[in-house]
Design a protein around this ligand. Sequence first.
Ligand SMILES: NC(=O)C1=CN([C@@H]2O[C@H](COP(=O)(O)OP(=O)(O)OC[C@H]3O[C@@H](n4cnc5c(N)ncnc54)[C@H](O)[C@@H]3O)[C@@H](O)[C@H]2O)C=CC1
Ligand SMILES: CC(=O)C(=O)O
Length: 368
Amino acid sequence: MTIGVPKEIKNNENRVALTPAGVEVLIVAGHKVSVQKTAGEGSGFTDASYAKAGANLVETAAEAWTAEMVMKVKEPIESEFQYFRDDLVLFTYLHLAAEPKLTDALLKSKVTAIAYETIQLPNGQLPLLTPMSEVAGRMAVQVGACFLEKPNGGKGVLLSGVPGVRRAKVAIIGGGVAGTNAAKIAVGLGAEVTIIDNNLNRLRELDDIFGYQVSTLASNATTIADTVKNSDLAIGAVLIPGAKSPKLVTEAMVAAMEPGSVIVDIAIDQGGMFETSDHATTHDNPVYVKHGVLHYSVGNMPGAVAHTSTFALTNATLQYALQIANKGYTKAFADNPALLKGLNTYKGAVAYKAVADAYKYEYVEAAF
Ligand SMILES: NC(=O)C1=CN([C@@H]2O[C@H](COP(=O)(O)OP(=O)(O)OC[C@H]3O[C@@H](n4cnc5c(N)ncnc54)[C@H](O)[C@@H]3O)[C@@H](O)[C@H]2O)C=CC1
Ligand SMILES: CC(=O)C(=O)O
């Protein structure tokens, strides 16, 4: 199969879909990989390292997009829609429930679009979302701590406090992969951490992992309102796979926070879970203020730590890319139900139920 890797063009998206080592694995398996020149630069990989791995280096995005399968990191932006065609297999993050224009463009061009984030194992795990949720969860506390500093607009609170002065309160809503990784860093930095989830078994696991270093609370409007109101840093990490994020934190709850508090809405890529985080921000201009509270809602947080993130992403995507390339997507889907869960659009129809529901489009289950 021919595989194309264009350079990412979203704001400060420094990741690339494959490391040179990942390219080499695909080439050894008999495939042809075209990588757009400088695509790896932001992650610390030179063109020469891709050439050494056996890649065909191409000048333009258009050339990379002519491949049978295009591997990307972020959902295509409007200037990339021109490359869509009905025999294209697109393998990337898509977040379609929060991307109406992209959804329509993929449907119109009848692209076979496989979303990293909805590939799902029988135990419910999302193996291609996990590594970036690990990164974003860990980063959430780091950026939250930074924006709590007075020169950055925050209330001037140090997460750990100091002897004789209270520690900062960190609220984490959603105790999955991103939430747990945020908790690890927040606990490590000495904050007082509360994790809220609606899955009681998950709260039990978190209690086993963290012991008395965190408080756990069952999710409902009262626990969320009370915890958010009293927090210095509130982190949103809820996910219903493939679906638009539920707006669990209302505008009134945000207005009740102290001025200079910080919100990091990791779930912004699925539309955001704070009523006040109604748009994604960029690494160039990551925060805005509403009700005196700083909102950080960058949809591609891992793009800022691209060297780490590109390794972590390729570690997870490569085995699925190999299945598609080695067998062709029809046999790969037939053999692996987890991969089939990634199929979001196929032959001009929505093939993932939560995405169809987000737009009230017809859901057409694809069978292979
Ligand atoms: N902004 C960015 O750059 C990035 C964003 N993400 C996003 O982070 C979000 C979280 O992802 P993961 O942690 O991997 O998901 P996950 O599936 O591991 O965790 C989600 C958690 O939310 C909980 N949850 C669901 N409904 C809830 C409710 N009503 N109240 C409280 N908890 C509830 C679930 O029980 C689960 O524990 C996703 O939207 C993902 O796309 C991930 C990576 C990067
Ligand atoms: C999950 C995702 O969209 C990201 O890592 O940017």
